[in-house]
Design a protein around this ligand. Sequence first.
Ligand code: HEC
Length: 114
Amino acid sequence: MGTSKWLARWMALSALLAMPLWGHAQDVQGRNLAASCAACHGTDGNSAGGMPPLAGQNKGLIVRAMREFRSGSRPATVMHQLAKGYTDAQIETIAGYFAAQGKPSDGGPPYSTY
Ligand code: HEC
């Protein structure tokens, strides 16, 4: 096998190996960012005590709510302040993480209306 052929194979293989790692890194990043929401919205977005749940909520709706909180167009007590700390990319990552979380078997508390 010539060096360039070997190199091409090696590169294809390392690209394949890197893909799951990339997915994993995204997941960890989402979990880390989402951890700052857990204090109020519950572990993995399964909230208790009247807080709106985020687990299993539609990703697009979470993104929209966060942008509206950030711009001030959506009424809020604390989320205005919090939403200002996140970039669009971080909001996407957080929303994707919560959307992928399962609801508890009893269905959990209802989502508030958007
Ligand atoms: C200090 C408590 C607190 C923290 C921390 C917090 N939230 Fe909230 N969140 C609230 C409250 C309270 C509301 C209801 C709106 C309001 O009064 O601000 C809310 C509402 C929301 C809503 C709208 C849900 C709906 O169904 O109307 C979304 C989406 C949301 N939060 C996302 C997040 C995300 C993402 C994070 C982490 C980056 C986060 N929140 C962190 C308290 C919190």
